[in-house]
Design a protein around this ligand. Structure first.
Ligand code: UD1
Length: 419
């Protein structure tokens, strides 16, 4: 398996251009199952997860082509199959979002039941509760979840928790349902709004994405569309934290500053200097930062996908910081890896108490999930001696041109290929 070797680097200087959002493009691709004409998706990041989703669509009978470096053209299936294969589904939890579109378009879907993962149980009860409210009969047996419906009928659905995946899945199931569906307490993440915009371009009638109530009026048929994926706020945040920790002056380009408010606020509180432009943000830092407290929350709160990167920041900042994780029950696996580098972190239930001011040392560490992998690279920027990061397939799932972009800022990073 490949490894990354990162040596102390900085100050970071230059520009980094942010790619399309992983958490948006995967849902747009799933939504293209609903289309009856060709969909062209632009600004697509070239990621492992995107390739897996493309394989799933192909397995369902659709045609998926890279028509330009960052453009996918997706052609509807002549005969849509409804069972995404096990070996692809188990590679990526987000494959569950094919279920809503399949139920809407074909009236049935059968997928391997997603299991737990390193960061938590990752249940799908809210997805299934929503489908059931639309008239889908759900069966769970032999490790699979299956839904069947003669027709889907609009309904009012209250989500006990604003789950991103459940909101998206229910929204995609409801666009072709008879009548009106109302989702109360939905997720408000920007990627979900991007999905609603795409569905509307296909001919759907979705209103209120990004607010407390989403209203979907079912339509009979959806066409095709051309759509550009919104910029990845988590990728942007990752480079912003890297610049703050290593010090330097970095222009992070092609972002939506509105989506970065929590990250900008926390970086400013830590002492980094941030300038916000229309589509860019500039991070200037001496590398001398103060500790901060973090609490992860649904959007517009602080994103759980930035928690690990900020743990790297607090580890080397001045003072003590507390991180409270409210979204996933077990998302502190990376604390042990940071400790191997000399960080002082105590995990107590949903909180991690990070004693800042540690002098980090290079070590052999492993990426425990996608964002944890990026966070270890950030820690390695200020560690003495080389850090070797293992299990980087996690990073490849979600960061487009990761090494190239870091090298462009002056980071000493090398990929070592292995079996
Ligand atoms: C998405 C993002 C992920 C991000 C997360 C939270 C994608 C591909 N992934 O994941 O990067 O970290 O949002 O912002 O977009 N839950 C239930 N029952 C359900 C569904 C969820 O209990 O039916 C729980 C989960 O176990 C978890 C919490 O709700 O503890 C949040 O999950 P959810 O918002 O659904 O995250 P994902 O859509 O899986």
């Amino acid at each position: 398996m490949d490894k990354l070797v990162v040596r102390k680097s900085g100050p970071l200087m230059g520009e980094v251009v942010i790619s399309g959002a992983k958490n948006s493009v995967l849902k747009l691709m799933a939504a293209s199952i609903l289309a009856n004409d060709v969909c062209v998706i632009e600004n697509v990041p070239n990621l492992q997860d995107v390739r897996v989703m493309a394989e799933i669509l192909v397995a369902l009978g659709m045609k998926v082509e890279w028509t330009k470096r960052n453009e996918l053209t997706i052609t509807p299936a002549e005969e849509l199959l409804t069972e995404p294969p096990y070996d692809l589904v188990q590679k990526m939890r987000a494959s569950i979002v094919t279920m809503g579109p399949l139920l809407a378009k074909a009236g049935k879907a059968r997928l391997a039941q997603p299991g737990g993962c390193a960061i938590g149980e990752r249940k799908i009860d809210l997805h299934l509760k929503g489908f059931a409210a639309l008239g889908v009969e759900i069966k769970q047996s032999h490790g699979c979840v299956e839904g069947i419906a003669d027709k889907l009928v609009g309904s009012t659905i209250y989500l006990d928790f604003p789950s991103v995946g459940a909101t998206e899945n229910i929204m995609m199931a409801a666009v072709l349902a008879e009548g009106v569906t109302i989702i109360e307490n939905p997720a408000k993440e920007p990627e979900l709004t991007d999905l609603a915009n795409f569905l509307n371009k296909l001919g759907a009638n979705v209103k209120g994405a990004g607010t407390d109530t989403i209203r979907i009026k079912g339509v009979e048929r959806l066409g095709g569309a051309v759509h550009s994926v919104l910029p990845d706020r988590i990728e942007a945040g990752t480079y912003m934290v890297a610049a703050a920790v290593a010090g330097g002056d970095v222009l992070v380009r092609n972002v939506m500053p509105n989506h970065l408010k929590a990250i900008v606020a926390k970086l400013q509180e830590s002492g980094a200097e941030i300038e916000v432009f229309d589509e860019d943000v500039r991070v200037k830092s001496t590398g001398k930062l103060n500790s901060i407290d973090i609490k992860t929350l649904p959007f517009p709160g602080f994103p759980t996908d930035m928690q690990a990167q900020f743990m790297a920041l607090i580890s080397v900042a001045e003072g003590v910081g507390t991180i409270t994780e409210t979204i996933f029950e077990n998302r502190f696996m990376h604390a042990t890896e940071f400790s191997l580098m000399g960080a002082d972190i105590k995990v107590e239930g949903h909180s991690a108490i990070v004693q800042g001011g540690s002098s980090l040392e290079g070590a052999n560490v492993k990426a425990t999930d996608l964002r944890a992998g990026a966070a270890l690279v950030i820690a390695a920027l200020v560690a003495d001696g080389p850090t070797t990061i293992h299990n980087i397939y996690h990073i490849d799932r979600g960061y487009d041109l990761f090494e190239e972009k870091l090298k462009g800022l002056g980071v000493d990073i090398t990929r070592v290929s292995g079996k």
